[in-house]
Design a protein around this ligand. Structure first.
Ligand code: GRF
Length: 187
């Protein structure tokens, strides 16, 4: 059995998709959801999915205790799904190549501090890019700069807006993130 911990800050549609993808899979279990935003709809989703959800504040998150708890839970893969805080060094060191993130653009472009949510898509549309996409990557101590595992592209059309692009990108995320996670835990 492979054990996942999913970190979220917002709506949690990727959390929902990943949980549904693995619902009948006896080899993969979502052990918990970690949420740093008490107002996130992802908390409601975790509840409805029957997954224990821990709401965490910054001090607790940065404490070595939190990393210890995750280690004690024998987590095989930490999955960031719209999680907006940088991870402390001992958490990263405790899970080498076992923490992944999904970014809604083709890194290294449109990544780094400030490039999250609609800001990413607004910048891509403003720059009149012809393609955007998703990047699944390992997590290090800086935003969006760990080794790239997988990318998929989508074309921008005439009149594309940040909103319409966001919808296309979300579709790509739902299609690929669970599959990449499955491959990572299988290896
Ligand atoms: C996704 O677009 C993901 O790429 C980014 O944050 C967003 C999370 O969306 N890191 P949701 O909360 O899963 O709906």
């Amino acid at each position: 059995m492979k054990r996942l911990s999913i970190f979220v800050s917002g709506g949690g549609t990727n959390l929902q998709r990943i949980a549904e993808y693995f619902a009948d899979n006896k080899e993969v279990e979502i052990v918990n959801v970690i949420c740093n935003n008490p107002n996130a709809y992802a908390i409601e989703r975790a509840k409805n999915l029957g997954i224990p959800c821990k709401i965490i504040n910054r001090a607790e998150f940065k404490s070595e205790n939190f990393t210890k708890e995750l280690l004690e839970q024998n987590i095989d893969l930490v999955v960031l799904a719209g999680f907006l805080w940088l991870l402390p060094k001992y958490l990263i060191d405790a899970f080498p190549n076992k923490i992944v993130n999904i970014h809604p653009a083709l890194l290294p472009k449109y990544g780094g501090k400030g490039f999250y949510g609609e800001h990413v898509h607004e910048a891509v549309v403003a720059a009149k890019e012809k393609v955007s996409g998703i990047t699944i990557h390992y997590v290090n101590e800086c935003y969006d700069s760990g080794a790239i595992i997988f990318q998929a592209q989508v074309a921008l059309e005439e009149g594309e807006t940040a909103d319409s692009l966001a919808a296309k990108i979300h579709k790509l995320e739902y299609q690929h993130y669970p599959v990449v996670i499955e491959e990572l835990v299988r290896n």
